[in-house]
Design a binder for this molecule. Structure first.
Ligand code: ZN
Length: 906
């Protein structure tokens, strides 16, 4: 039996998943195009310079990943505001498509055949546009897909051309969407395009040769070695589609073998996939589990479920959703991790990982959660500051619920997801049926489903009976049913009438997965396995120990005894406790408190957005122009310091700060909330002109003790570094016109030796949390003076390190004088006067930097590379904290004294 995506009318979720989907919509899907306009404008080849450049190999993918995830949400929510935002993105993207069909950001020889992932970018753009077409039947989107595919056909079909594509692990993934286009249109040219890629899998070095290599079972690592990168899963999706198109068994065999190989050897205890972006053949590999890779695994698993109609992939999707996915998303929806580690696997003897800084370190024993911009800071660009592969991709993990939570079968419907929710979908005859789930699952095992068809109708309902639920009961309208088998679908065939009720009782007894040695044949660098440790599950929930909720350090957690008892903790949680499941476990040293993996190590969140009342903001646009220099949002809803009928008042509207017109219409909703150097930045689209994005930047007007560059408006530097000292003196600057500084009626002034004001800094401008002041030099009306605030702090932020001929990398300067970088020339740092100096391991200086402020307002250290003064090095600050709060350490592989012969705990 094959399953299909449901004909979904709507889907809504309560409790944790519902809150997370809502947070994803409000704080990412609605906000991301506003906060990252370069997502679309990087495709506008008429712009010079284009925002978002210089490009990453995969820059073209961001908008595609965004569209895929946004349409997934729309299928469930039908949210009109999001629909209009997505329509804008689709329109922007298609407007920039070349007349030849080209749909990427690159130019000239870099197009398609350059040293980049341009065709991979096309894959995501075309898939995103295709999903939009399927949702809205927007013919222009399908036309854009066809033109892009036709362009690739034209460019790649001549003999020898497809072999010229670089990076086949990524670029050959276009095969997947080409197969979908063929099935959509029935046109042979798209099947020919799939065949072209299929031949390249076999003929190109490192093409993958998927169909041949997976005729026999085994791990991806055994088949592909260190080339087993996660991106290949999207080519494997094409193998599955080739089976659907041709019915040829060899495709089915290759697809299912590859899926089973990942399931057995590379799917981690969290439901996450990959280690340092690869399949390494070791499910206990403690190295980073990339969010993108888990998303690709889930997409492949949805296809496995469609193809086989078997329960196992649905169990996998449940595991990945509740653990790896929710554990990768911040609860406020603003960011996703790059790495969502299991935590608790010993890493002794493991070497430094071959990943870009700051990830090029020895793998950690303990788990922590960090926003992807911290680990992937090197992917940020002007106009796309918050984008990275994982930030754009993570939302798909939630969006895929629209594809698998309920599904369509030829004779009825399939229920895979359990949890408080309500689905309305179509039966095979096209009538609506609503399934409402009343349950506290996954805290409790009882699930009540109320089935309400639009009219009495005979069809089957397949209920997933999870493989872990050893004893399950099913009752329909109170009558219990025989033949309920774990790891299968229980099929109920009847004429359904409104109010029919199905009750499942799932077996929530805890069970343990026992850690073991690494499987034979795995990557020899993947660690020594997890022997002596165990992973505990309760239902679909992986349990974890988080330091913030109990007294033990993660290094010294007492072992779980063989006779461990687990008790569900239903006491009232402490206010700061954000766990959805709490359990008390017995150890030899007494009880310890465990919770769900997804909340482990997660920073707290600020519900309802930042506290803005009474703060001073600069009100402007995201092109840098200032509308009002200083406004204050007063408690009575008025806006002080700005008078305009479009912004007559403010209040909170659905969690977001909004401005209202004098007639009471919302004029701007500030849906994007971030921090820059600790100060609030809010962004929102102006409702009356979609091209305008408004910004509110918190302004810190306290100047005492701060460093500034003193210039003229023409850019001429008067003093490169001065400090305004307490008491009015000016350190680092000596001139009769500027003997002292003062504040007069809230305005900064400079005075001469007689106390006469010489410069009045009447204008302020805030960028990255720092304030520049400018104003007239009173003795000469033709001169305007500027004080540009500088920040000499180098620790506690991610720096982009620019060297010639290579991508900038993210590096960290630690307070102890060490540098996290990728080269020994950058081992230590020190300050020499006003200069920042990098040192090699022998503490010889390698680069001496001076501080500047670039045209974007970022702190920039620029210096000559001392061994070769022709080379200039540049450090650019990249300090986006995304309301990232306190972190804590956790482990999910718990120590155990027992070899644990039994897998069920009472
Ligand atoms: Zn990623």
């Amino acid at each position: 039996m094959e399953f299909e995506r449901p004909h979904l009318v709507s889907a809504s979720f309560d409790d944790v998943i519902g809150k997370r989907i809502l947070a994803n919509r409000r704080n990412w899907l609605l906000a991301a195009p506003i906060a990252n306009p370069a997502m679309v404008t990087m495709f506008d080849h008429a712009l010079d310079p284009r925002p978002g450049s210089p490009y990453l190999w995969w820059s073209g993918e961001f908008v595609g990943k965004y569209l895929i995830s946004a349409v997934q949400d729309l299928r469930m929510s039908r949210d009109r505001q999001l629909e209009s935002a997505v329509a804008d993105v689709v329109q922007g993207l298609t407007r920039h498509q070349g007349t030849d069909g080209y749909l990427g950001p690159f130019e000239g020889d870099d197009r398609l055949f350059g040293d980049n992932w341009d065709v991979w970018g096309h894959y995501h753009c075309v898939l995103g546009l295709y999903e939009w077409f399927r949702y809205r039947r927007d013919a222009r989107a399908l036309d854009a897909c066809r033109r892009a595919a036709d362009h690739l056909s034209t460019r790649l079909s001549s003999p020898g051309m497809i072999e010229k594509l670089r990076h086949p692990a990524m670029n050959l993934a276009f095969s997947h969407v080409a197969a979908l286009l063929h099935q959509e249109t029935g046109e042979s040219r798209y099947l020919n395009l799939v065949r072209l890629f299929e031949r390249a899998w076999a003929s190109v070095p490192l093409g993958g040769d998927y169909v041949e290599k997976f005729q026999t079972p085994g791990s991806l690592f055994a088949a592909l070695g260190p080339a087993a990168r996660w991106e290949r899963l999207h080519s494997l999706q094409a193998v599955g589609e080739l089976f659907r198109i041709t019915g040829e068994e060899r495709y089915r065999r290759a697809f299912t073998n590859a899926w089973q190989g990942i399931r057995a050897f590379d799917r981690h205890s969290t439901g996450g996939f990959s280690a340092i972006e690869l399949a390494t053949g070791n499910p206990f590999d403690p190295r980073p589990i990339e969010t993108c890779a888990t998303v690709a695994w889930m997409a492949l698993t949805v296809d496995m479920l469609r193809l086989t109609g078997s329960c196992e992939p649905a169990d996998e999707l449940e595991l990945s959703t509740w653990n790896a996915s929710l554990g990768s998303q911040s609860p406020d929806g603003r960011w996703w991790t790059y790495n969502t580690p299991m935590g608790g696997i010993p890493t002794t003897g493991m070497g430094v990982m071959s990943l870009p800084p700051p990830l090029n370190r020895v793998p950690a024993f303990e788990g922590t959660r960090r926003p992807s911009p911290h680990d992937l800071g090197f992917q940020g660009r002007t106009g796309a500051e918050y984008l990275s592969c994982c930030a754009a991709n993570g939302p798909r993990a939630l969006g895929m619920l629209s594809e698998w939570a309920v599904m369509a079968a030829a004779d009825g419907i399939v229920v895979n997801f359990y949890g408080p929710s309500r689905f309305t979908l179509l039966t095979p005859t096209g009538n609506q049926v609503t399934i409402e789930q009343r349950t506290r699952y996954p805290v409790q095992g009882r699930v009540e489903l109320v089935v309400t068809p639009a009219r009495d109708e005979a069809f089957t309902v397949r209920l997933r009976v999870p493989s872990w639920s050893t004893t399950t009961t099913v009752a329909v309208n109170g009558a219990s049913r025989p033949g309920v088998v774990p790891g299968s679908y229980h099929t109920v065939e009847r004429t359904w009438r409104a109010g029919d009720t199905v009750v499942l009782e799932l077996d929530m007894r805890a069970r343990a997965l026992i850690g073991a040695d690494p499987p034979p044949g795995c990557d020899p660098h993947s660690g020594k396995g997890a022997k002596g440790r165990l992973a505990l599950y309760r239902g679909p929930i992986l349990l974890a120990y988080d330091e913030r909720y109990d007294r033990f350090d993660v290094q010294n957690l007492p072992p779980m005894a063989a006779t461990s008892q687990l008790t569900l903790d239903e006491s009232v949680p402490a206010p700061q406790d954000m766990r959805m499941v709490r359990v008390r476990a017995q150890t030899d040293a007494g009880e310890v408190s465990l919770g769900d993996f997804a909340s482990a190590g997660m920073p707290g969140t600020v519900p309802g957005g930042p506290d803005v009342e009474g703060r001073v903001f600069q009100f402007g646009r995201n092109d840098g122009s200032v509308i009002a220099q200083r406004i204050r949002l007063l408690a009575d809803g008025t806006i002080q310091g700005h008078t305009h009928p479009n912004e007559a008042s403010w209040r909170r509207d659905n969690d977001a700060l909004a401005f209202f017109t004098s007639e009471g219409r919302a004029s701007t909703r500030f849906v994007w909330d971030a921090r820059e150097n600790g100060l609030i930045v809010l962004r929102g689209r102006f409702e009356f002109d979609e091209r305008v994005v408004h910004e509110l930047r918190e302004v810190d007007l306290d100047v005492e003790g701060k460093w500034f560059q003193f210039t003229r408006a023409d850019g001429a530097i008067i003093t490169s570094l001065l400090r305004l000292r307490a008491g009015g003196s000016i350190e680092g600057h000596s001139h009769p016109n500027e003997r002292s500084w003062a504040q007069q009626d809230g305005t900064l002034v400079f005075c001469d030796g007689d106390g006469r004001v010489t410069t009045r800094f009447t204008q302020t401008r805030s960028q990255f949390g720092r304030v520049d002041h400018s104003g007239p030099f009173l003795p000469d009306a033709g001169v305007t003076h500027q004080l540009r605030q500088l920040d000499r702090g180098v620790t506690g932020k991610v720096w982009q390190f620019h060297r010639p001929h290579t991508f900038p990398i993210g590096i960290l300067l630690h307070a102890d004088g060490t540098i996290e970088s990728d080269h020994p020339n950058e081992t230590f740092w020190t300050m020499e006067g006003d200069h920042l100096v990098f040192l090699d391991p022998n503490r010889r200086p390698t680069t001496r930097f001076a501080l500047e402020k670039d045209s974007d307002g970022r702190m920039t250290w620029k210096g000559k590379f001392l061994p070769d003064p022709a080379i200039t090095h540049r450090l650019v600050e990249w300090n986006i904290d995304l309301t990232w709060g306190e972190n804590s350490r956790y482990i999910s592989w718990l120590p155990s004294t027992a070899t644990m012969p039994r897998t069920l705990l009472p």
